[in-house]
Design a protein around this ligand. Structure first.
Ligand SMILES: Cc1cc2nc3c(=O)[nH]c(=O)nc-3n(C[C@H](O)[C@H](O)[C@H](O)COP(=O)(O)OP(=O)(O)OC[C@H]3O[C@@H](n4cnc5c(N)ncnc54)[C@H](O)[C@@H]3O)c2cc1C
Length: 290
């Protein structure tokens, strides 16, 4: 009990430090540059150069984990690798697999909002996020959504925050949906494929959890129970030549080429939302028009 209270005090202090940094910057008419792992330089390039660095890694940690509910709440500075380390012993995982490496922080993965190759089957970051706690540009701590799947009440700041690149709030905590690890998880390289047969296989009952076109063929991932995977593999084999591939190939693919920051979607409505949460453009100034 004492250890839990001690840990919560540390957690609260880390979040408070973020809040104080935003409050101080706003009072001094300065901007802050929010940093997770600091691994994706392209996402920082457009931010005003005189912005004060605001690291969020100190918020890291598992704050609540309910394996029976398949939900977890983590500090935003927690990395994907740390999330896996906490959930894998329970044969669970969170299917976030964005470009980059597993050193990426959850705050950054949600802020950039980009989906990985399993998104169509296992959900995009927005679908996997149950709730967030953010510090907005007024230095207010706002909790949105909830820690559990059944809590759906309240204003959906969660969905606004995911993909906002930190321009509406600094994410300090997030509650995420988890999935059970599949019993069997196989990766295959398909070559000499009959295109029509493969297209039909992908649309059918054996749809893969992910596929990616490579120079040498198509990388395919099938996962589920042993019976399903055996049937899916047999049907895939009928589409061409299949060769077993090390699943780490998906990690290599994610890390392979640095991608440029796309122009952020902007509209009169987005401008009004920005005004409500960060009128002085304290947060990641330069990423959206003033
Ligand atoms: C189109 C696209 C392409 C990408 N390509 C790559 C790639 O090639 N390599 C790669 O490493 N990553 C890439 N990413 C980002 C990647 O998906 C992860 O988000 C990133 O790797 C996270 O790593 P990080 O913690 O080092 O983030 P950082 O580099 O620290 O931050 C990334 C962005 O998120 C913001 N941010 C960080 N933490 C928070 C927070 N707590 N609250 C609010 N905002 C926050 C930062 O201000 C910055 O804009 C891409 C993202 C997109 C959308």
């Amino acid at each position: 009990m004492a250890r839990r209270a001690e840990r919560e005090a540390v957690v609260t202090r880390a979040d408070e430090m973020v809040l104080e940094a935003v409050r101080d910057a706003t009072a001094a008419s300065r901007a802050v540059r929010i940093i997770g792992g600091g691994g994706w330089a392209e996402a920082h390039a457009a931010i005003t150069p005189d912005a004060i660095a605001l690291p969020t890694r100190a918020t890291a940690g598992i704050r609540a984990y309910e394996p029976d509910d398949l939900t977890i709440t983590v500090g935003a500075g927690t990395t994907l690798a740390e999330l896996d380390a906490a959930t894998h012993p329970h044969r669970q995982f969170c299917p976030l697999a964005p470009p980059g490496t597993d050193d990426a922080t959850i705050g950054a993965v949600l802020a950039t909002g980009i989906a990985g190759p399993t998104a169509a089957t296992w959900g995009r970051p927005r679908d996997l996020t149950l709730g967030v706690t953010v510090i907005d540009g007024h230095a207010r701590e706002i909790r949105a959504g909830g820690r559990v799947v059944k809590n759906v009440a309240g204003f959906d700041l969660t969905r606004l925050t995911v993909g906002a690149f930190g321009t509406l709030g600094v994410i300090v905590e997030a509650s995420l949906r988890l999935r059970a690890l599949p019993a069997v998880d196989e990766s295959w390289l398909l070559t000499d494929a009959d295109a029509a047969a493969f297209a039909s296989w992908r649309r059918g009952p054996y749809a893969p959890v992910a596929s990616a076109a490579l120079d040498e063929g198509t990388l395919v991932r099938i996962a589920g129970n042993a019976t399903f995977v055996a049937a899916a593999r047999a049907a895939l084999r009928a589409c061409g030549t299949i060769t077993s591939v090390d699943p780490r190939r998906w990690h290599a693919l994610r890390a392979s080429h640095p991608r440029a920051l796309p122009p952020l979607a902007w509209s009169p409505l987005a401008a009004r939302v920005k005004t409500a949460f960060d009128p002085a453009h304290t947060l990641n100034r330069g990423l959206v028009p003033r």
